[in-house]
Design a protein around this ligand. Structure first.
Ligand code: G3P
Ligand code: MG
Length: 241
């Protein structure tokens, strides 16, 4: 079962920074999950919240700022003084770094509830430019966006994020054009794992940190777990292998 570091190894380093992605690599993660949004001037940046206050020393909405304004912010000090000087990365910065690793990438488009026109196209163009399409899965809670991705860029793997339990997920995924399933981990059952496997959909459950839950999901046959603690997840899996 694959281990995906949620926002990087975000239990030990500030989320969605190069420090967190480097920590995920050192922890033995198979992949990293990261959140992306567009700035006012169309740059794809890696940050979770719609606003800057929680994870930077800035304020206001990400989508109302230019890249030049975001580039000045500190994105590490809120987490711990040792991380002072960490920046909000552009997706381009992460892709350049990731090319030198074997990590897989799960890029979550933060285009729900705000649609962010152009985000899908810009992200896909960057993936092609960095030759990282093969290692990447795009995901979103905005299922219209996933549908557009499947229609316009069938070469790119895509997944729907869900919190609710889904009725007949294979029919839903087929209607979207073929996608993987990234469900909230408490909604995953052996039946869901088997159902998804029957239609070729990979299941990657989020966000799961407790070793006993990780082992249970492995027993259910899910393809991956998205965790804040990739080192502990690796230990949990080693303990049963
Ligand atoms: O992609 C899985 C997970 O990151 C979805 O929720 O809010 O942590 O981005 P969130
Ligand atoms: Mg996310």
């Amino acid at each position: 079962m694959e281990i995906w570091a949620h926002r990087g190894a975000s239990a030990v380093a500030p989320e969605n920074t190069l420090a967190a992605f480097q920590a995920a690599l050192l922890a033995g993660a198979d992949g990293i999950e990261l959140d992306v949004q567009l700035t006012r001037d169309g740059v794809v940046v890696v940050i979770h919240d719609e606003t800057l206050e929680r994870t930077t020393d800035g304020s206001g909405f990400v989508r109302e700022k230019t890249w030049a304004e975001l580039a000045r912010l500190d994105a590490g000090r809120w987490f711990h003084p040792d991380f002072r000087g960490e920046r909000v990365p552009r997706l381009e910065d992460v892709l350049t770094w990731a090319r030198g690793t074997n990590l897989k990438l799960n890029i979550e488009l933060k285009n729900a509830p705000f649609p962010m026109p152009g985000l899908e196209e810009t992200v896909v163009a960057l993936l092609h430019r960095h030759d990282l399409v093969e290692r990447t899965v795009l995901s979103s809670f905005n299922h219209e966006s996933v549908r557009r991705l499947r229609r316009d860029h069938p070469e790119v793997r895509a997944a729907i994020l869900s919190v609710a339990r889904l009725f007949d997920p294979c029919r839903y995924l087929a209607a979207i054009g073929g996608a993987d399933l990234h469900p909230y981990y408490l909604t995953v059952s052996p039946e869901l794992a088997a159902h998804a496997a029957a239609c070729g959909a990979r299941v990657r459950a989020f966000t799961v940190d407790r070793p006993e839950d990780i082992r249970l999901l492995q027993a259910y046959g899910v393809h991956g777990v998205i965790t804040n603690r990739p080192a502990e997840a690796r230990q949990a899996l080693l303990a049963v292998s």
